[in-house]
Design a protein around this ligand. Structure first.
Ligand SMILES: [Zn+2]
Length: 252
């Protein structure tokens, strides 16, 4: 019973944070101020009233259109809000109310926002990596007896990718992706960040090959969304995946 109450609470909280993520996603690539400008319609500049700013519900209530100029509001808003709500519930059910759970919720939000931006602009704004790095430092301080796990995590995948970057002269991997594997490595520890990277590569090859076949997209891929998916899965199910993998070896 308590689980359901807290799940609803985390979901609503996630939706509210999700609506802030939409502001970040929209304004960071345009270099617009995140806090100073009031929320406005992107086509006519109509300043939004409080009842047009309620996450998820306003979109449904307005029928997906601006009240003044009737231009369509992108479906990205409700999707990001709902997705962030769902991510928070998954983290809550996996970690409960703990420091780990809070850090993972915040990291999941950063991953969601940077994925959408990377998908659209092929770039990960450095602010997201700084944010995840700070989350990683908090993890390290609050779980200090395992500090070496996190410090090794900082370099485990990113060091390898940096070598690849040097050898291929920057063609194989973007700098933002390398930084993402460093900062999430600090947050997750070396075992889970390796799992995250492998999962990211698997998801990327499946999805991107499918997209190349269906939508004739080019070979160039934004790796951030796939790495982010890998990181999130590793955060929640990584421990099980590792022990399942090790137990397979133990039976031989
Ligand atoms: Zn408008």
């Amino acid at each position: 019973m308590l689980d359901i109450v807290f799940s609803i609470f985390f979901c609503l909280y996630g939706i509210v944070i999700g609506s802030f993520l939409n502001v970040l996603i929209l304004r960071i690539p345009l270099k617009e101020s995140v806090t100073l400008t009031r929320s406005h319609c992107m086509s006519c500049g109509h300043i939004l009233k409080w009842y047009e700013l309620i996450p998820l519900f306003s979109y449904i209530f307005l029928g997906g259109k601006c009240r003044q100029c009737k231009s369509h509001i992108t479906i990205q808003y409700p999707i990001v809000e709902a997705a962030n709500g769902i991510l928070y519930v998954i983290v809550y059910l996996a970690c409960g109310i703990s420091i780990e759970g809070i850090l993972y919720c915040l990291c999941a939000s950063a991953l969601l926002a940077l994925s959408v931006i990377d998908w659209r602009t092929k770039e990960i704004p450095v602010g997201f990596n700084i944010f995840i790095f700070i989350l990683g430092l908090i993890r390290l301080i609050t779980d200090f007896s395992n500090w070496h796990q996190y410090v090794i995590g900082l370099f485990a995948v990113s060091g390898f990718l940096y070598l690849l970057f040097l050898v291929t002269k920057g063609k194989a991997m973007g700098g933002g992706d390398i930084k993402l594997m460093a900062t999430t490595g600090l947050l997750l520890g070396w075992q889970l960040v390796i799992v995250a990277f492998l999962l990211g590569c698997i998801i990327a090859s499946i999805v991107h090959l499918a997209l190349m076949a269906i939508k004739k997209v080019g070979r160039e891929l934004a790796f951030g969304p796939y790495l982010s998916a890998g990181v999130f899965i590793a955060m929640i199910w990584g421990e099980q995946l590792v022990s399942w993998y090790l137990s397979m070896w133990a039976t031989y």
